[in-house]
Ligand binder design. Structure first.
Ligand code: ZN
Length: 266
């Protein structure tokens, strides 16, 4: 990707700075690899545990007050408290944890080596707010659908005179599928957010392209396995989006630094 004159000048300056500080290309490559391959797995697991716990409490509440909930739907006071106050507290906490994971990772490796220590925190603030909203909406959506399914099942059971045992097993299926949906959302959303932070930060320091890297296991979807090692522009997302944006995607974007240091890093 060709650079304009100003970008060329900046790249030359940075290259000179790195030479003065004795930073070798090998050291840079090592830092790029280190930053690009670490995953927020601890955050992912903790988020899944927290949201599953919440979902268990919600399901307990629904079972305990099934008549009122069938009557009032997801607007029921107690349910609404879980789905607004408690949920928002968990999601907001994790937005900070993921941001911190990403900040720490890059500060300690790549950006530190490059001598970049002033990425403004407001560039992730907006993203964080929209991630919080999206996550709250997703979990609320699962529960609203769940309550509608319960209402429908109860009505059907009354109409057809189904046995309590059959109704119970139908309700259990609904609860189980709700819990599975919540777990998937938790696992999916952490790497998605981390990938979005990667993108804005890399673009902020002048990175224009990245190398697509996969986890290299058999869970990688074939379209993404075919992208392993290929170069993409941050400005031009491939079909299905940048790494970690498609549902369940665990791929990552390794920054190509040519545009900011004037030497090939790949
Ligand atoms: Zn993928």
């Amino acid at each position: 990707m060709p650079l304009n004159l100003l970008e060329k000048k900046q790249a030359e300056d940075r290259k000179k700075l790195l030479e003065e500080r004795g930073v070798t290309l090998d050291k840079l490559k090592k830092d790029i690899n280190s930053a690009a391959t670490k995953e927020p797995t601890k955050e992912e697991l903790a988020y899944e545990i927290q949201l599953s716990k919440l979902q268990k409490s919600i399901n307990k509440e629904i079972k305990r007050n099934i008549d009122t909930i069938v009557e009032e739907g997801a607007t029921n006071d107690k349910l609404d408290f879980f789905l607004t106050v408690t949920l928002a507290a968990i999601v907001t906490d994790f937005a900070s944890r993921i941001t911190l994971f990403n900040d720490t990772l890059y500060d300690n490796t790549l950006y530190n080596t490059l001598g970049i220590n002033n990425i403004p925190s407001n560039i992730t603030k907006e993203m964080s707010a929209s991630w919080i909203k999206e996550n709250v909406d997703l979990i609320k959506g699962v529960n609203q659908r769940q309550v509608s399914q319960i209402q429908a099942s109860m009505l059907r059971a009354t109409r057809t005179g189904a046995s309590t045992k059959d109704l119970q097993s139908e309700l259990n299926k609904i609860f189980k599928s709700g819990r599975n949906n919540v777990s998937f959302i938790a696992r999916d959303q952490v790497s998605k957010f981390n990938g979005q932070i990667d993108r804005v930060k890399q673009m902020e320091i002048g990175v224009k392209q990245y190398t697509w890297i996969t986890r290299g296991d058999d869970r990688v979807r074939p379209e993404h396995a075919a992208r392993e090692g290929m170069t993409f522009d941050w400005d031009n997302a491939p079909s299905g989006g940048h790494p970690a944006q498609a549902p369940g995607c665990r791929c990552k974007a390794k920054p190509i630094l040519d545009s900011i240091i004037g030497v090939k890093t790949t």
